[in-house]
Ligand binder design. Structure first.
Ligand code: PEP
Length: 238
């Protein structure tokens, strides 16, 4: 069975509430014009979360959330804030949260279990830093195994994103050969749909999505302009 590719856009700390609204409208219109039938996930900043009326399958998710309904967790958002907008998808384990914000594997696993318990779709990011990649395939495998610690790899609403840290926001994309090899390693650990992320853009998305075992892409920088996102969607084949 061929599965439709899954595309996801991570806005990170970009876009406002107003520009996100304009983006969603343009994306929806563009998807309609090209007859795009697949699902597209969109992760705007928390301040831009909202309910969007769209004709196409655009699913808005949270880039992060705290494992609580509500409470005293300054700077965080919980289930109550997500439910206000019908948010049912959360991105967890992104390398920027692991490395810049110091999220540990046990904390991420705790969030995973909490949102799983509440039936969220979870896009779970894994990926090795450059020094691990330079040590070779076995070191990468060990690193990835650790990123599955505490994670229910059989969760049916799990989507994985393999994002080598050295390829995120750097313009350096992993080669199709390396993606294929690493995706094969990951598939031995977890059979969930598997996206690639790391400097995906209109010029390379077709080659990346053609890699055997690549079920889609998680896109940062190149997703921030809607024209660029549409240029990538136009290259997705069923
Ligand atoms: C990301 O942060 O998830 C990402 C893939 O970023 P970029 O596309 O900019 O490398």
């Amino acid at each position: 069975m061929t599965m439709r590719k899954i595309l996801a856009a991570n806005f990170k700390t970009n876009h406002t509430r107003a520009s996100t609204r304009a983006y969603v409208k343009a994306l929806d219109e563009g998807m309609g014009a090209m007859g795009y039938e697949g699902e597209v996930y969109l992760f705007p900043p928390a301040t831009a979360l909202d309910r969007f009326e769209t004709a196409n399958d655009i699913r808005v998710g949270a880039q992060n959330a705290y494992p609580t309904v509500k409470g005293s967790f300054t700077g965080e958002i919980g289930l109550e804030q997500l439910e206000e907008f019908g948010i049912e998808t959360v991105l967890l384990g992104h390398s920027e949260r692991r490395h810049l914000l110091g999220e540990s594997q046990s904390f991420i696993a705790n969030k995973f279990a909490w949102f799983k318990e509440r039936d969220f779709r979870i896009i779970y990011c894994i990926g090795e830093p450059l020094e691990v990649r330079e040590e070779g395939d076995e070191a990468v495998r060990r690193y990835l195994v650790e990123q599955f610690e505490g994670i229910d790899t059989s969760y049916e609403k799990l989507i994985l994103a393999y994002e080598p840290v050295w390829a995120i926001g750097t313009g350096k994309t992993a080669t199709p050969e390396l993606i294929e090899k690493t995706h094969a390693q990951i598939k031995q650990l977890c059979d969930a749909p598997l996206l690639y992320g790391g400097s995906v853009k209109p010029a390379n998305i077709a080659d990346i999505l053609a890699v055997p075992g690549c079920d889609g892409a998680l896109i940062g920088t190149a997703s921030w302009e809607v024209e660029s996102m549409l240029a990538m969607l136009s290259q997705v084949k069923g």
